[in-house]
Design a protein around this ligand. Structure first.
Ligand code: FAD
Length: 434
């Protein structure tokens, strides 16, 4: 049985790997983190990953545990709602919460990763090893395998090596990787006359049916836009004139704010959007115990802004399970998987569903009326009626409990509406028709 005295390796110094290293170091567990890239604090961030992230209640609660919440918030831009830009209509602001006061936070991914790396490096017992590409684990021999170096002993391997995890692949974990037909490409709206060219207090959305663009503000007063489009369609815009023409037609209110549009479009990579469903997340061999976490275990599409928030929750749960099992790695990791799996499945489905909401529904007047009614109910029935967005983004209620809670709320609401209708002498059918 793997105990607290094991050599612990974390694969991947991304968001989850670094946070977990800090948590384990603080427990007095010596840990080595292996990262395939050079140190990003020296080499600069890699191109092609999202530039900024929306971090909300779950991520902040996790960062608080390692003393990084306030520091991160100081470098974040709060977004209190969505600014929807319909084609041919006026932009409209839709607050995220009923009281209009709650916000999700636009944070630079590179900066957050750097702060976590600094925190990991400053934690006694944590060693960071860069430019080390792990290729797999030999669970019988208890060895971590590398592309360019000999094996190293490891009794516990925690794989936070992202959606395309080499550890997951090497051990043949059973999993599905569902790719969306859509990919994404990042574009930039720079500052205009030194100021934000769009409202910085909002996450901007241009819903266009099959395609969609969003924009999040950055501290340098620019916006990073992410264009989601079926992958095959990107290639159709193969000249600068076609790119600017397409944007002038489909994104007219922002096209003029993107002086480098054609160049960004031609040179920025197209990213993939994948949902990874894997089970189990753990493997126990004679020599090593392995567990997956973060995107390696459950990559999700980004439409609820929860992938990193959810990966951080994994780290907190591993730490909690170690507490509860007295540092017994096997029991702790089994417990971690048991507790997290239903939650990560739930957010994976909600994230896919939110894509449809963002690209199709948000601009419809019916949707807006429903949102306004939901917020009115939330204010009226404070704490008893809470929207799905609020439960996901502004609470730490386990994700798996959210769909059932929403169903219950809707049943009660339906019954209340039917009761009210009966009092008013209307049939339910008549109410539904209205
Ligand atoms: P990663 O951040 O991918 O880190 C993995 C690390 O492992 C990397 O440092 C990598 O270099 C390293 N690595 C990989 N392979 C190896 C190897 N073989 N050996 C050694 N090291 C290796 N989430 C949010 O919460 N909010 C958002 O707004 C949001 N927006 C997003 C927008 C887009 C377009 C995308 C694609 C994702 C978004 N996400 C968002 C999701 C978020 O980026 C991920 O969920 C999060 O980064 C997962 O963290 P991780 O540490 O598990 O993996």
């Amino acid at each position: 049985m793997a105990g607290d005295g094991e050599r612990v390796a974390i694969v991947g110094a991304g968001l989850a790997g670094c946070l977990l290293a800090v948590l384990l170091g603080r427990r007095g567990v010596p840990v080595t983190v292996y990262e395939r890239r050079p140190d990003p604090r020296v080499a600069g961030a890699e191109r092609g990953r999202s530039i900024n992230l929306a971090i909300s209640a779950r991520g902040l609660a996790a960062l608080e545990q390692v003393g990084l919440r306030d520091q991160s918030l100081k470098r974040a831009l709060p977004m209190h709602g969505r600014m929807v830009h319909p084609l041919g209509g006026a932009q409209n602001f839709q607050p995220y919460s009923a009281d209009g006061r709650r916000a999700i936070n636009s944070i630079s991914r590179a900066e957050l990763n750097r702060s976590l790396l600094d925190a990991a490096e400053a934690t006694p017992g944590v060693a960071l090893r860069f430019s080390q590409r792990v290729t797999g684990v030999d669970v019988e021999a208890g060895e971590l395998l590398f592309e360019d170096a000999g094996p190293e002993p490891a009794g516990v391997v925690l794989a936070g090596d992202g959606a395309y995890s080499a550890v997951r692949r090497s051990l043949g974990f059973e999993h599905d990787a569902d790719f969306l037909e859509h990919g994404y490409r990042e574009l930039t709206v720079p500052p205009r006359d030194g100021e934000f060219a769009l409202d910085p207090d909002a996450l901007h959305i241009w819903p266009r049916g099959t395609s969609m663009m969003i924009a999040l503000p950055n501290l340098d007063r620019s916006f990073t836009c992410t264009l989601f489009w079926p992958k095959g369609d990107f290639a159709a815009l193969d000249t600068p004139a076609k790119v600017t023409g397409y944007f002038a037609e489909n994104y007219p209110d922002v096209a003029g704010l993107m002086p480098d549009l054609a160049d960004d479009y031609a040179h920025n990579p197209i990213g993939s959007l994948v949902t990874v469903r894997c089970r189990p997340w753990t493997r126990y061999g004679a020599g090593a115990t392995v567990a997956l976490l973060g995107d390696a275990a459950h990559a999700i599409v980004p439409f609820f802004g929860q992938g990193a928030n959810c990966a951080f929750e994994d780290c907190i749960e591993i730490d909690r399970c170690l507490d509860e099992t007295g540092g017994d790695w096997r029991r702790a990791l089994s417990l971690y998987q048991e507790r997290r799996k239903a939650n990560t499945d739930a957010i994976a489905e909600m994230a896919l569903d939110n894509f449809v909401e963002m690209r199709d529904r948000v601009s419809s007047p019916v949707y807006r009326a429903k949102q306004a009614a939901t917020h009115a109910l939330e204010r009226r029935l404070a704490g008893r009626y809470v929207s799905r967005y609020e439960l996901v983004s502004f609470s730490t209620l386990p994700y798996a409990e959210i769909p059932a809670r929403i169903r219950r709320q809707n049943i009660v609401l339906g019954a209340a509406a039917a009761g009210a209708a009966a009092v008013l002498g209307l049939s339910v059918r008549a109410v539904r028709r209205r």
